[in-house]
Design a protein around this ligand. Sequence first.
Ligand code: FEO
Length: 382
Amino acid sequence: MIAKDIYYIGADDRDIDLFEGQYVVPNGIAYNSYVILDEKIAVMDTVDKRRSEEFLANLKEVLGERTPDYLVVDHVEPDHASSIKALVDTYPDITLVGNAKTFQMLPNYFDLDYGNAVTVKEGDTLKLGKHELTFVMAPMVHWPEVMMTYDSYAKVLFSADAFGKFGALDADEDWDCEARRYYFNIVGKYGAQAQAVLKKAAGLDIQVICPLHGPVLKETIGHVLEKYQIWTTYGVESEGVFIAYASLHGNTAAAAEKLAEILRKKGCPKVVVADLARGDMAEALEDAFRYGKVVLAASTYNAGIMPFMEDFLHHLAAKNYQKRTVALIENGSWAPMAAKGMKELLEKMKEIALVEPVVTLRGVLKENDIPALNALADALLG
Ligand code: FEO
C-alpha cells in the first residue's frame, strides 16, 4: 500500500531497447498503475501491453474476488493505455473515465465498445466512498487528452507523465538525473503547459505524487516541485558551461577539450563536455537545458554543419530551447561554414545570446588558436 487504500499494480520493463523508439534506458522504465480500494474500486491507468499479464496479476492479487468499478484514463499514450483492452476483456463491466479528448483518441488504438464510459471535464468529481477524485485537465503534458486526478481523501495527485523519470523502480539511481533527462526529452517542448498545471496543483494539499513512471514521491515533493519550477520555465539549474562537439578527425574535439581545460583553470564551477556522435543525444539535450552557458563546436561538412551537430540543433529547437548564452567554435580547412549554419538554426530560437566572436579553426588546433579560446572562456565567464 502506498497511501490510504491505494496499491501499486504497475510493472518494470528492463527488456525494452529504446523507450518511445528513441531513448536509451540503461535501467529500464516503469509503467505505473495504481488501484484505489473503496466502496467503489478505481484503477488508475494501465500499463504498456508489454507488461499486461503482470499488471493483471498484480491487480488480481490486490482485488481478490472483487471487481473494479472504474478505469480512470489519465493518458492515452500506449505505454499506459495499451493494456486497456486486456483489462476490459477481463472485467467487462468496468466503466472507463476520461475526458472528451480521451474518448476521441482511444479509438485510434482500440476497437472497443465504450458503453460503460463517463466523460469528465475540469473540476468534475467522482466519489468512490471515502475517496473523492477530482479531475484536473493537463493538456500537452504530454498529449492533448492528458489529465491528472487528485484524491482529496488520501491527498494524492495522480500526475500522469509529470514528475516521472526513466529507470525501473528497482534501479538504484539519483532521481534528478533521470527525471531531468526524461522531462526535457518527453515534455520539454511544453513548458508553458506544464507551468499552467503546476499553478493549478499549487492550490491542492498534496502529500503523495503518483506519476506514471518512476517512484512514488512523498518526502521529496518539495525538492521535485522546486526542480519543476526551474525546468518548466526554462530556467538555469546549475552554474557552469556545457560544451557539445561534433568532430570529424578529432581536431574539433581537441579544441573542445582545450576550452574545457581553460575554463576549469579559470575557475568555472562545472564544465561538461559531450561528443554528440558517440554520446547519448538525449543526455546532451538535458545538459543543454541544465546549464545557462553552452558552447557548440562543429566541423564543417558538405559546406554546412557536421550532421550530428545539425541533428542536435534540430532536437533543441523541437524542445523549445531558449534563454541561453551560446558560443560557437567551427572548423574548416578551406571554407569554414559550420558557424553560419549553426547561427541560422539558433536564430529561430527564443532569447539566445550569441557570444562573439566565433572561434574559427583550420584543421589542427595550434598554439596561435589558444588566445581565441582564452578570449572565449573570458567572455563566457565574464
Ligand atoms: Fe508515459 Fe506520454 O507517456
